[in-house]
Ligand binder design. Structure first.
Ligand code: Q0N
Length: 287
């Protein structure tokens, strides 16, 4: 870390350059809700997300190459290949929620996909759809049509990013559903390596980059509880926070309940004990 150059901060992650070809992604324990980072951290949240992403990277190599080189012993830092990132977010939706639901309710379409009439909020879609968005530097990402995305990255790149995103989502959603977790939607970021090949980057298939819902509570026709952040959201509603900066401190029981949910998602999906991950993060890469 001594000579790693800080490149930038996301809401909950830091990015450093190790050399010309490698980056270090560090996941903090910060948590955001309603787009505001809260002043209270969730212990080990960054380790859960790092471990889960590494688990998925290891298990999806037959679908697509990815940027992961190594998970460090701290369990929250990953060394990755430096890529030329595409200027689009590759979102896949298997269920109708968030901006997808809002767009459908207004227009009957999401990112140019015409959907059947009469769908309710949180309904499962007949097939997963690719709904690209632009990366907003400030504020919210904006949904765009496939044609707009293709204009940004090129038709061939767009087609490959769409194909890979849908294949990754199908694989992960089926796997997670068997373990009691619905992945309602998810966001991928791809980049090109030096040979021009498309490579999966960022963190993938975590609760921060996806909507995870508990399958046993699934009840379409309204919003669903979040697998990971529901205690935080319920607490924020209870105290009447206005959902603008600054966010509230979280009480110890909300922190403990939320940490337990993150660890539970990790253990369900990986089939590993989280303590075993802490002792040796490489366990998520085996098998
Ligand atoms: C990169 N972002 C956006 C960390 C994540 N492998 C890569 N090569 C080049 N650039 C990037 C990656 C990756 N991953 C991705 N920015 C640069 C997401 N960031 C936001 C800040 O926290």
């Amino acid at each position: 870390m001594a000579d790693a150059v800080h490149l930038g901060s996301g809401k909950v992650r830091e990015l450093y350059a190790l050399d010309d070809e490698r980056l270090l992604l560090v996941a903090s324990d910060r948590i955001s809700t309603f787009d505001v980072v809260l002043p209270t951290e969730i212990p080990d949240k960054g380790r859960v997300l790092t471990g889960l992403a590494a688990f998925w990277f290891a298990r999806t190599r037959a679908i697509t190459a990815n940027h992961l080189l190594a998970v460090r012993a701290d369990g929250r830092s990953t060394e990755c290949r430096r890529l030329e990132m595409l200027p689009i977010e590759c979102v896949v939706r298997g269920y109708l929620s968030g901006s997808g639901w809002k767009d459908y309710a207004r227009t009957g379409e999401v990112c140019g996909h015409r959907l059947p009439a009469g769908l309710r909020e949180s309904d499962r879609l007949p097939e997963p759809i690719f709904t690209p968005a632009t990366k907003a530097t400030s504020g919210h990402d904006e949904n765009i049509t496939g044609a707009q995305a293709a204009a940004l990255v090129g038709a061939e790149r767009f087609a490959e990013a769409e194909r890979l995103s849908i294949a990754l989502y199908r694989f992960a959603a089926a796997y997670a559903l068997e373990r009691g977790i619905i992945i309602a939607d998810t966001k991928f970021e791809f980049g090109a390596d030096r040979a021009g090949r498309l490579v999966l980057g960022d963190e993938a298939l975590t609760p921060d980059s996806s909507r995870f819902w508990p399958a046993d509570e699934y009840a379409p026709g309204g919003p669903q509880p979040s697998y990971d952040k529901q205690y935080v959201r319920d607490y924020c509603e209870k105290i009447g926070w206005g959902k603008t900066y600054p966010g509230p401190e979280l009480p110890p029981d909300v922190v403990a309940g939320t940490r337990r949910r993150y660890v539970e998602a990790f253990e369900r999906l990986t089939g590993l004990r989280f303590d075993d991950y802490l002792a040796n993060p490489s366990v998520v890469l085996a098998g």
